[in-house]
Write a protein that binds this ligand. Structure first.
Ligand code: PAF
Length: 280
């Protein structure tokens, strides 16, 4: 596997792919790779002649400096995992390769998609995320780019950004990978105590419960039932909400032909976990 350390080396790699007219699949990550990331790599390998992954812990998307500091960095292990997954190349840029003029954001308003759910609790997060994704896509010039549905709001914001900016790339969403217990894979899970890891299984269970209820009840009746479950648990609920998939807005009643998702953010001790499920 080719290890690309800076923007110039990436440009050489991209030119060689384009000269041969090969398709390039791209999987941007912040490292600490787990089976969820590897499922994106697998999809990219299946759908493209070349697969490139990037590892960059993007400072502009952390609204909390402690979170940035504590973000797991496991570069050597990540490289080994990518190699055995069959990835062709990994781009591990420095801050200057992506932010040559300093840590600024390219986006301010993201059409409301950035102000709900994660956006409401993590101000500036999506502006920083969209900034780095746009810059990575412009540098890597992939045919397709792959993002997990675990961060579904991120995925929808990227889709909108790519459309608005007219970037010539196909964005592919890949389903969440879960442990046998139902817990969604996340780089944060490695920071959970065994006790909280067991308790966190309720996150998926409450999503499944909301999905069951969605066949009988409107959202305004479902949400209090789920909130009640959290109030009797050891997890601290930040939000539980049901929204329409396309615009991420809350709604009064389910309509035929539209898709809806339940979203949750909860603290298991110090660790903030998110998850979602399509309910209709
Ligand atoms: O989902 C992530 O890991 C990050 O938000 C991304 C898309 C790599 C941008 O930094």
């Amino acid at each position: 596997m080719l290890i690309i350390k800076n923007r110039q080396e990436l440009s050489d790699f991209v030119q060689s792919i384009r000269a041969k007219q090969l398709t390039l699949g791209f999987v941007p990550t912040m490292g600490a790779l787990h089976e969820g990331h590897l499922s994106l790599i697998k999809r990219s390998i299946e759908g493209n002649q070349y697969t490139l992954c990037s590892i960059f812990v993007n400072p502009t998307q952390f609204n909390n400096p402690t979170d940035l500091e504590k973000y797991p960095r496991t570069e050597q292990e990540d490289i080994r995992k990518l190699e055995s997954a069959g990835c062709d190349a990994v781009y591990i840029p420095g801050v200057n390769d992506l932010y040559p003029q300093g840590l600024e954001n390219d986006f301010t308003d993201m059409g409301g998609l950035d102000s709900v759910m994660e956006g409401a609790f993590r101000p500036g997060h999506f502006q920083g995320m969209a900034t780095v994704v746009k810059r990575l896509l412009m540098q890597a010039q992939p045919t397709r780019a792959y993002f997990g549905e675990k961060d579904f709001q991120q995925l929808q914001i990227i889709r909108k950004m790519v459309k608005d900016e007219k970037l010539p790339v196909e964005i592919i969403g890949v389903p969440i990978v879960r442990e046998e217990s139902g817990l969604a894979l996340s780089s944060r899970n490695m920071r959970l105590s065994p006790d909280f890891k067991e308790k966190s299984v309720m996150i998926y269970q409450t999503l499944v419960k909301a999905k069951e209820l969605a066949s009988q009840l409107p959202p305004r009746q479902i949400i209090p039932i789920i909130e009640q479950i959290y109030s009797h648990s050891d997890l601290k609920l930040e939000y539980f909400t049901l929204v329409e998939e396309e615009d991420l807005r809350t709604f009064d009643d389910f309509e035929k032909g539209k898709h809806y998702r339940a979203f949750v953010a909860a603290f298991a001790g110090e660790i903030r976990l998110i998850d979602n499920i399509q309910i209709r």
